[in-house]
Structures are given as structure tokens and as C-alpha cells.
Design a binder for this molecule. Structure first.
Ligand code: ADP
Ligand code: 5GP
Length: 194
């Protein structure tokens, strides 16, 4: 099982995944590689592997990515190395990636993917959250809102939809999804009775 979480920037994916992982230690966050600058409060190797354009080009040439995409003028990608580290440690990987990358991993991994589209409760609340985060200039916020309109058109490709209104409620729904997926007969291997 690989968990894919997608939603507009500001929907609350980071907050949601952070809380989910605190409640479900079997999960492991798939640290993406990006060329965007680090925000205050972020740590290299924890939130992202921060690289420059040359390093990203080098990784591309090595075929290091299972998916990558340009987002808001920067490049973001998931490396095979980070995924292998998680599965090697017996963790269920959690990917926080945009719709372009989501489409790529859904095609690549198919039924293994538990795909979730995370919605904000409204457009007004999305804008409020982007502003309250205080990390982006007005121009960047306008760009993120515009991208969000396009991103939600991809929501029908995802297996589950969760609205992140109350964070604890949204995380509770996600935990129910994981439990349901683990109970699917096709994910069980052999029947529990010989
Ligand atoms: P994303 O990772 O999707 O870009 P963040 O997790 O950074 O979003 O959240 C954007 C802002 O919204 C942050 O200031 C965060 O504290 C706030 N936020 C996230 N989830 C909720 C929620 N359920 N209710 C209210 N505020 C939220
Ligand atoms: P942010 O800059 O706000 O952290 O992320 C911007 C967008 O990039 C979000 O929609 C996030 O899901 C997406 N993103 C983060 N990592 C990756 C990745 O590895 N691949 C892709 N395709 N998108 C990513």
C-alpha cells in the first residue's frame, strides 16, 4: 500500500499528514526533492530534500525519480531511494504530491495506491489559510489559488475525498480509510483460515 495525498496548496496537507503520522506510527512520510527555497521552520531532509537546479538535473539524468513535476515555477520529485528506504523499514509510504505527480504514480503503481484528494471547506477558507500561513507573497498566493481551480478538476481520479474542515475529524476519516484498505480481501494475501 502506498498512500497518495493531493490537494490544493493551503488545503492543509502538511498539517493533516503531520497529525496522521503522529497517530499512525506505521506510516512514513515520503520526503520529496525540490528546487524551491526552504521556508522558515522547515528542515532539510525532513520536510524536503532541498537541492539546486544542477542537482535536480543530475538526479533526472540518473533516472532517480518515480515521478516529478514543475509546480509554481519550481521542480518537485519523489525519488526511488526515499520510497525504498520506507518500504525497506516496513513503513507505509505517504506521498504529498500535486496532481501532475499523482497521475504519474497512479499509472505506475495502479491498485497499490490508496489515493486521497484533500479539499479545503471553501475557496474563502483556502485563501484565508494561505494568508494565515504567512509564507507566501500576494502574487504567490494568487498563483496558488489559480492553480487550485485547475487541481480540483483532477479529484475524480482519486479513490477517496476528504474535506479538511475540522483537522481531527479529517484525520479520523483517513484512519478509517486505512483500516478499510487493510481489510480488503485482495490486500490480505492468504485467507486467515487455512
Ligand atoms: P498545505 O500543506 O496543503 O499547503 P498547510 O498544512 O501548510 O497546507 O496548511 C495551510 C494553513 O492552514 C496553515 O496555516 C495551517 O495551520 C492551516 N490549517 C491546516 N488545516 C487546518 C484546519 N483543519 N483548520 C484550520 N486551519 C488549518
Ligand atoms: P509546497 O511548496 O507548498 O510545499 O508544495 C507545493 C506543491 O508541490 C504541493 O501541491 C505539493 O503537494 C507538491 N509536491 C510536493 N512534493 C512533490 C513531489 O515530490 N512531486 C510532485 N509532483 N509534487 C510535489
Amino acid at each position: 500500500m502506498i498512500i497518495l495525498i493531493t490537494g490544493p496548496s493551503g488545503a492543509g496537507k502538511s498539517s493533516f499528514i503531520h497529525e496522521l503520522m503522529a497517530q499512525e506510527p506505521r506510516l512514513g512520510f515520503s520526503v520529496s526533492t525540490t528546487t524551491r527555497p526552504m521556508r522558515p521552520g522547515e528542515a532539510d531532509g525532513r520536510d524536503y530534500d532541498f537541492v539546486d537546479d544542477d542537482e535536480f538535473d543530475r538526479l533526472l539524468a540518473e533516472d532517480a525519480f518515480v515521478e516529478w513535476a514543475p509546480v509554481h515555477g519550481r521542480r518537485y520529485g519523489t525519488t526511488r531511494r526515499r520510497l525504498d528506504e520506507l518500504t525497506g523499514a516496513g513503513r507505509i509510504p505517504v506521498l504529498d504530491i500535486d496532481v501532475q505527480g499523482g497521475v504519474q504514480v497512479l499509472e505506475r503503481f495502479g491498485q497499490e495506491m490508496v489515493s486521497v484528494f484533500l479539499f479545503p471547506p471553501s475557496w474563502e477558507e483556502l485563501e484565508r489559510r494561505l494568508r494565515s500561513r504567512g509564507t507566501d507573497a500576494d502574487e504567490a498566493i494568487a498563483r496558488r489559488l489559480q492553480t487550485a481551480r485547475h487541481e480540483v478538476t483532477f479529484a475524480p481520479r482519486y479513490r477517496y475525498w476528504i474535506v479538511n474542515d475540522d483537522l481531527q475529524e479529517a484525520v479520523g476519516k483517513m484512519r478509517a480509510v486505512i483500516t478499510a484498505e487493510e481489510c480488503r480481501a485482495e490486500n490480505m494475501g492468504l485467507p486467515p483460515l487455512p
